[in-house]
Unconditional design. Sequence first.
Length: 103
Amino acid sequence: MKSNSLETFWERRDRLKIMAEIMEVAKGSKLKTRIMYMVNLSFSQVNEYLSFLTEMGFLIVRVDNRRKIYETTAKGKNFIENYMDMAKLLNTEELVRVPILAK
């Protein structure tokens, strides 16, 4: 594997982990700021990820009392399961440790 490919793999892994963490947190229906703090992202980062995940159908947005609440869809839950399976196949402890923060 070329160095460039390896760097791309690790970069993607990090993004996938962030997306999995966001969707894990949003299983319990969360506000943007709560997701931002629980996943430790900046405001611009959380906006970028939430837009992408919503466009892809991994999250839905509900409006409750003029507040946007993000919730993980069935497709998002499937993503988390597949992500965890991939981590186990790679036998990478760092990948497996997606914190369950939604509780």
